[in-house]
Write a protein that binds this ligand. Sequence first.
Ligand code: GLN
Length: 555
Amino acid sequence: MTKFVFVTGGVVSSLGKGIASASLAAILESRGLKVTLIKLDPYINVDPGTMSPFQHGEVFVTDDGAETDLDLGHYERFVTTRMGKVNNFTTGRIYQSVLEKERRGDYLGKTVQVIPHVTNEIQEFIKRGARVGEPGAADVAIVEIGGTVGDIESLPFLEAVRQMSLRMGPNNTSFVHLTYVPWIAAAGELKTKPTQHTVQKLREIGIQADALLCRADRRIPDEERGKISLFTNVPEWGVISMWDVNTIYKVPRMLHEQGLDGLICDKLRLNTPPANLQRWDQLVHETEHPQGEVHIAMVGKYVDLSDSYKSLNEALRHAGMKNHVRVKIDYVDSETITPDSISQLAKYDAVLVPGGFGKRGIEGKITAARFARENKVPYLGICLGMQVATIEYARDVAGLQDANSTEFEPQCEHPVIALITEWQGADGVVNRRDASSDLGGTMRLGAQSSDVSKGTLAHQIYGDVVTERHRHRYEANVKYLDQLRQAGLVISALTQREQLTEIIELPQDVHPWFMGVQFHPEFKSTPWDGHPLFNAFIKAALDHQSRGGKLKAVA
Ligand code: GLN
């Protein structure tokens, strides 16, 4: 039988509920349990696909093509269970489903209400997320409820999980509440009052937390923990201190040492071997003892919010650990890059142009790709980064001066990147789109495979087949492939059915390491193995550094 842990948050957002949930899941997995995670988002958008990464951070994409909250990225990086469409849903998605049922007449003429119809629907979605009743059902599902207790919009979710715990009985569900204990410098004190209030709010709704994870910039002394316990009715061993650490890999051990997993397993009557967090200790050791450093320029648009590139940052760090170096990432705003200011990139060991949408900053990205190509600086272009490298090559080497993407210049003479109208998804279904299709439903999404040409850099990295996740609307235009090939561009992977370009590169005798990929490899990187493409990219950056590449590029 699947048991549930509900994780709620109080006082303020951004306390690290996703990392806390993923860490608890990782500890439970190390105790031999099959664990999954589900994220509930209280906003009305049906999914985060159309939301600005400025506001919401990265959109994480799963194998089955779901556009999800970035917390699912943490989940996949912390546990072995793969996430999918069922692991993340929003208020909008719940209402969509309730309204469809209402239109079909499923409610048999009843008045459709938040309780019970919406709350029942939420419970159904949670069970589906945990695969209850299916062969792959989890032993424990950790359900992270987005938002902050006290907000109007998260109320139906909290009500639904309260009902669920009532229905399932006390030893089948558990509640963990994340709260904030601020340090007031003027008084020289940690303040427990916000925690007292948020727990009161939770109890008003009928939820009694089994554990409180108390976020603070420092360790919370026992005296304050005792005080919190008294005011919140949570036993002292359930009041767990979660202080700031320099790496997220320290969080599983921090929670385990204070007995969080023991407490949860007791509550849920789960008899398991003890936790084994050795691999986490190794990660921490690797992070804290690098043998060198590489400096990467990430040339993008959303440069002021690193959450927009969460998985990418993580993937680069993982690859750093694999290569035993610290990866320093500088976010370079592509709008500041012009042919006159391009020398600002000379100090880096490699250049990366990540995914993105819209015209703003495009010429700067194209200039960055040109700089990397001409100066033999390692270049990795991801999705949009592959498209700008293609445009750059078409303009400067293949002689197609007006080359562009129809995303930025619909009437350009040489649309080397264009909208294709048809492609086949992983499930074999043929999808169609055109310029007027809904923004929410026209992307090439999720995992697809293609063959990799032998003798290429891509083949050294991936072997015969590459399977990666996609999230984009535009593609390299098949009509120009021959012309680009004749000009020396290597197309190292194409999809089997539509001949869509998946990977481009430069021959290794022309450039030591220059690649563009149409997919998003960062979604599949883990701290354990890194990712072959990023591992190779960081290795190339190191090689460039050891060749004294920076100096050569300036000259
Ligand atoms: N804007 C481009 C497209 O839609 C690239 C998308 C991306 O980088 N994810 O094809």
